[in-house]
Design a binder for this molecule. Sequence first.
Ligand code: ATP
Ligand code: ZN
Ligand code: MG
Length: 292
Amino acid sequence: MKAAIETIMPALLRTVGAAGVYARTPVFEEVNDRLSLLISRYREPATEVLHFPPVMSRQLLETSGYLDSFPHLLGCVSCLEGDEMKIRSAVESGGWLTTLKASELVLAPAACYPVYALQAEVGRLPDEGRLFDVSAFCFRHEATSEAGRLQSFRMREFVCVGTPTQALEFRSRWIPRARQLVERLELPYEVVAASDPFFGRGGQLAASRQIEQSLKFEMVIPIGSAPTACMSFNYHLDHFGSTWSLRTADGAIAHSSCVAFGMERLVLALFANHGLDPWQWPAAVREALHLA
Ligand code: ATP
Ligand code: ZN
Ligand code: MG
């Protein structure tokens, strides 16, 4: 039984004073947890699992080229520095915002960035390449806050670093696997060519190149009346390989690809398409999620 987005948002999430920032209710978290476990059951063998915190090294993200493509989405952690007198006077003058100093941390805008830096520290890749399962609470300074566009959300990603063939085959395997996953959840969907929300006029060129070269696909699922990107399938060519000098076993520059799951969007899609009470969802969906 479908539920209107105007009904599900206030029933499942609580606004807490900032657009696109929500407290999650127990029923929302229950479904999120069970969906996470379902996704884990799709993990390929020999995949390394890492859970990242919501912050990451600013330098790491700068090196990754994030500011060239998405400076408008980035959030940086700023702190008050100095002795007690300096900090106290900044606070008491009311001008503390102008005294803030950028720290060495930024808010993670996606889960997979630290993976390439990790690989850079260990030398050449093994013959079979390397697979990761990573997750993080992500922040994006989004310009709008329609349903499903949060400033703070969880991203789960499977990542492949290896030869061009390994990276491409990984993505090719994952598109049908993701179709199967959402079919088990009885969600309507489409897989479409897509581009990233690159910054500015130069960004339009990067976006059309991405479409031409089939570098990004998205799985869109209706949340309310709006088709919403709930997963993405990304082939980075040698972007991270060149940036971090990642080498395959035979010494060539590595390629990479990732499959990203927007957890809140997938959870909202489940409620929007099956109704507010998970224990009333179709039996096969409950079974897939182990919702007894
Ligand atoms: P969109 O198309 O909505 O702008 P995107 O193309 O920037 O998203 P990706 O960078 O591919 O998204 O991120 C992977 C997944 O993370 C998306 O498919 C989506 O499910 C989720 N996601 C991205 N941005 C948000 C957001 N602001 N709020 C909630 N989920 C998000
Ligand atoms: Zn990624
Ligand atoms: Mg998109």
